[in-house]
Design a protein. Sequence first.
Length: 572
Amino acid sequence: MTKWDKSKLVSRYVTEGAKSAPHRAYYYAMGMTEEEIHQPLVGVATCWNEAAPCNIALSRQAQAVKKGVQAAEGSPREFTTITVTDGIAMGHEGMRSSLVSREVIADSVELTMRGHCYDALVGLAGCDKSLPGMMMVMLRLNVPSVFMYGGTILPGKFKGKDVDIVNVFEAVGENAVGNMTDEELKELECVACPSAGACGGQFTANTMACVSEAIGLALPNSAGAPAPYESRDEYAEASGRVVMDLIKNNLRPRDIVTLKSFENAAAVVAATGGSTNAALHLPAMANECGVDFDLSAVAEIFKRTPLIANLRPGGKYVAKHLYDVGGVGVVMKELLDGGFLHGECMTVAGKTLAETLENVKRPEDQDVVYSIKNPIHPSGGVVGLKGNLAPEGAIVKIAGLENLQFEGPARVFDGEQAAYDAIQAKEYEEGEVIVIRYEGPKGGPGMREMLSTTAALYGQGMGGKMALVTDGRFSGGTRGFCIGHVSPEAYDGGPIGLIESGDIIAIDAEAGTMEVKLTDEELAARKKNWKPREHDYQSGAIWKYTQTVGSASKGAVTHGGAKSEKHIFVDI
């Protein structure tokens, strides 16, 4: 048995000395032994709930984490936090809660850890915003931490083909124009999601799961296995053991996650054709540890990294297929061999990234992961754009796009609902650029995702025939010429708030530009007549969010991050 010296562990405030007698009384009330009380206290945080399949397996996996902590002479203390599941929040006012939930998740875990003086953290997350939220708080607190993904859903089967939730969203558009019957839509919705786990393609959850390995906060290979697989429990138990090693070795998240780690993460997003939301979450995570890594920096990595993973929505396969050929480690090994990753970066496994990938090989007889020497596309599946319509930047996923240029007249909508209604009623012309504004972090408020709208457009056969531009976000499942995160947002007087229907917008994803064909003088004249709009959320949690949230180009963060802190929790 290890005799733990708690003189430098935070839990000393609640377990050691005469002054902690009242605190220890509570621990005895919960059945803890004296030995357990004087061991390190490890927070085991999950986003378990019954809101959606993404999170339903997390409670099971948490029990395995606790076994690992106990086996390594630690005392696990399980707690839960919220999630807002995008697939259910999508397409209505509920989506305004989604991005706000990322901050609430990070904040609530922070407060639980601070209030109870836990020495370390194992965080399990399954849904889009819960992954970055959980990693953000690890970097914020800087306690020894291990992240673990809850796992992907298994693909469904419809008419002999693999399907996922995006097929259902797109089917709504097909149904609206008579290309799918009500009976077929019903059949599809009943088979698309056959198990626990997060959405199956390289959408936001699986993108950020890949990030967790690439950035070094998760054990190698832990992101890959689908949620129902019992092998996930083995990785969960190992995560519990490893966090105890991190305590012993005093290896903390900020020792692991550096600028080079963020560059590795961005490269993996680009190489897998991942979600545009990564360009929001990586800067937010960087803010937590004082690293400068905004949308422009992310876009630079995206631009120079080849696309090598053939994953949905731009490609053929879902996350289970990537797991079957070796997982994201195969992608990372190809990138490392090609000189696109920093191999010297540390991981929670106590090894460098290069060491963890040493024995990984890409299987030859498959087309899920291409060779770095023969990529699907020479630049990443996601690229950044700048121009007079987006002076601070915007983002577009090009994976699956045949043409990387688009020009057409704007059709402007103030808010997603108006645009969705028009699309369902086919009140648009082929070749137009649909502009949805006042959906940014402040102006939405909440920076809604537009999957219902983009999927309806795609389902109507307009995927490559129109473009969509917004200061809001897109789901990782969105495909087509869709540009999001336009900054500054309309609510702050950004140029997207000044354009009018009929203005010509030119987008060049190869050159990385997006321009409205107006002179600086014309834009300045319109700015003089522009007036701020008031949104409907003037109280409650969403109002509080609008008071502090910043630009999407910086990650839509709500506080100053590490650069503003006077102390780090782990050092108190």
